[in-house]
Design a protein around this ligand. Structure first.
Ligand code: C2E
Ligand code: MG
Ligand code: MG
Ligand code: MG
Length: 284
């Protein structure tokens, strides 16, 4: 399990760390070196269109294989990278590697989208949209092949600035998704104004919707509202076939979750794709 998802829970040591402690500084120095020396890894989790079974994209998830502490999950070092400004080179590294893989997939006959997570801090970089376009050009990919995921909470840090930054990316033709939707505190009038293409319903609502009527109601209502507002809907955290059937009946657009696959290293993607198309009978 852990080997497949690339995440263990041995590394919770960071939680107890004083923000200014020596250990934290050491970790940040090591992360800086890890970026420079390419010892971070990307894992990829498939996203499938519910109506057709077609694989439409992969979410790109960062892993840090620390020489002493083993795999440190992103939730434990991304917040620190955000506070120290390291998030900028980190996001750039992830984007570059994700688009490199996207171009390889394209060459192999799979024109899928790469969904990359970005931070609130990235939205504050004045040249972020240009950076993203430059990277797309460098890898020879059309803008529509990249999705940037930003959490609902991240857009609330500085809502006016976030709206403006998202608008710039949107106008440049980059696809945008609101991640972990339903866990933040944004109002319906704010959501209506968001210049984004997709809403990802947080996995806490999806995980037990096959057994929990309230969760199913929340998911169904969110899907309908988002469709009426013109957004595509992605359900994350789909863990069972029952949940995928329910989501299909509710006309959810895209699903993602352990039911399809755990996040996997690049080397496993081609094999997974061939068995997916073989067993589901969809696509090429
Ligand atoms: P997220 O963007 O909401 O990513 C989905 C998380 O849910 C991933 O955790 C994924 O492994 C997990 N997941 C997927 N399907 C299932 C499922 O069926 N059941 C369960 N229980 N979990 C599932 P992961 O990889 O540990 O990433 C955690 C978070 O770290 C991400 O949440 C994202 O916010 C952040 N993150 C990951 N990579 C990056 C990155 O490159 N940059 C930034 N800024 N944030 C990242
Ligand atoms: Mg995400
Ligand atoms: Mg999410
Ligand atoms: Mg999350």
């Amino acid at each position: 399990d852990q080997a497949e998802s690339g995440v263990s829970h041995v590394a919770t040591y960071t939680e107890s760390m004083n923000p200014y402690s020596e250990r934290r500084l050491t970790l940040m120095t090591e992360l800086r070196r890890a970026i420079r020396e390419d010892s971070l890894a990307l894992y990829f989790q498939p996203q499938v269109r519910l109506s057709s079974g077609e694989v439409c994209g992969f979410e790109v998830l960062l892993r840090w294989n620390h020489p002493e502490h083993g795999f440190i999950p992103p939730d434990e070092f991304i917040p620190m990278a955000e506070q120290t400004g390291l998030i900028q080179p980190l996001t750039q590294w992830v984007l570059d590697r994700a688009l490199l893989f996207g171009a390889a997939m394209d060459g192999a006959g799979y024109p899928v989208r790469m969904a990359v997570n970005i931070s609130a801090r990235n939205l504050e970089e004045p040249a972020f949209a240009e950076l993203v376009q430059e990277l797309l050009e460098r890898h020879g990919l059309p803008t529509g092949r990249l999705i940037l995921e930003v959490t609902e909470t991240a857009t609330m840090v500085n809502p006016v600035n976030a709206l403006q930054a998202l608008r710039g990316l949107y106008d440049a033709g980059i696809r945008l998704a609101i991640d972990d939707f339903g866990t933040g505190y944004s109002s319906l009038s704010y959501i209506r104004k968001l210049p984004v293409h997709e809403i990802k319903i947080d996995r806490s609502f999806v995980r037990e919707m096959d057994a929990n009527r309230e969760d199913a109601t929340i998911v169904r209502t969110t899907i309908n509202m988002c469709h009426d507002l013109g957004f595509e809907v992605v359900a994350e955290g789909v863990e069972s076939d029952d949940t995928s059937q329910l989501l299909r009946n509710m006309q959810c657009d895209i699903m993602q979750g352990y039911h399809l696959s755990r996040p996997m290293p690049e080397a496993h993607v081609a094999g997974w794709l061939s068995t997916w198309y073989y067993t589901s009978g969809s696509g090429g």
